[in-house]
Design a binder for this molecule. Structure first.
Ligand code: ADP
Length: 300
């Protein structure tokens, strides 16, 4: 009797566990299969990533060669056109003079595009392109403003500098790059502000960083286009109407530079009323630079 019971018990156990173990074996096989797929997917992802890194390097090298090769002939063209235009030519008609002006303006636009493309390359690549040193941010701002004195006068807009934090200690920054970023913001403010307008550049200090702002009384940025403003080559509709020669690269370059310095760049704008761009730079910008370059490259 006990043996019959134990036999039945064994059969019951078998009946219960056979399907369970079968199911477990099936799941284990499925898992193994999934693992194999995952490994294969990983390999594909790694291959794709390596391919992208290679393509990016080729693209970068191409950009470097193309821009450097274009720079010198365009500079020669500018020099030649200037020489012709400044000569006292009595034999050219007004139409020919107009053609010369067009050639000069077109060449200037190309010089600007090439310089912006070189700026994109230099500011995107790595901290190698950056030269951090202790610099007075006030001096960097003043020098940048100085560069725009003539264009501002020609456009009849007032450039005003307000320093709410005089006597700041030096910041460890790349002064040339900050000059480029701030210059792009001032350049835009002049371009997109009608004659008689005012541009206010302000330096403030907050806790661990400084904040620099460029406030204009210009055309503003349309609400629907605010989200795209930092995208490479993007230009808003109202900007296209007032300035033909823009490249849509200035803000992208500025954003890269500020990000590498560990700061932020943003804006407030009301269409037809004006725009204020703000950016921050932490006092320890150079320490954060390496880290920021890395996360920036990862994001791209
Ligand atoms: P660009 O000025 O050469 O077009 P940017 O990258 O400097 O290129 O600017 C991108 C776009 O952002 C501009 O075309 C314009 O639509 C908008 N923008 C930038 N700054 C201003 C500003 N101060 N006022 C109005 N729009 C601006």
């Amino acid at each position: 009797m006990p043996s019959l019971l134990s036999d039945n018990f064994l059969i019951i156990l078998l009946l219960i566990f056979a399907p369970v173990s079968g199911y477990l074996i099936y799941e284990a096989l499925k898992l193994k299969d999934n693992n194999a797929h995952l490994e294969e997917d990983n390999k594909h992802l790694k291959d794709d990533h390596d391919r992208m890194v290679r393509t990016d390097k080729i693209k970068s090298e191409f950009m470097s060669i193309a821009t450097h090769q274009l720079k010198s002939p365009m500079a020669k063209m500018k020099w030649a056109l200037q020489a012709i235009m400044s000569a006292n030519l009595t034999c050219i008609t007004p139409q020919q003079k107009e053609l010369l002006d067009t050639a000069y303006d077109t060449n200037e636009k190309m010089i600007r595009l090439v310089s912006d493309l070189m700026g994109v390359k230099e500011t995107e690549e790595s901290t190698l392109g950056y030269n951090f040193k202790n610099s007075s941010i006030e001096e960097v701002i003043k020098k940048t403003i100085e560069n725009f004195k003539i264009p501002a006068e020609q456009k009849r807009v007032i450039l005003e500098f307000i320093n709410t934090s005089p006597g700041l200690p030096p910041l460890t920054i790349d002064p040339w790059k900050i000059n480029l970023a701030l210059g792009n913001l001032i350049d835009n403010a002049i371009s997109y502000t009608p004659e008689g307008g005012k541009i206010e550049i302000k330096l403030e200090s907050f806790g661990n960083s400084v904040r620099i702002s460029v406030k204009d009384s210009g055309i503003g940025i349309p609400e629907a286009e605010k989200g795209k403003i930092f995208t490479k080559f993007f230009r808003a509709d109202n900007a296209l109407k007032v300035k033909q020669g823009g490249t849509g690269l200035g803000l992208y370059i500025a954003k890269n530079i500020i990000k590498v310095h560990g700061g932020e760049l943003w804006f407030n704008s009301i269409e037809t009323k004006g725009t204020t761009f703000y950016f921050t730079i932490p006092f320890d910008a150079s320490l954060r630079a390496k880290e920021n370059i890395k996360s920036f490259v990862d994001e791209m």
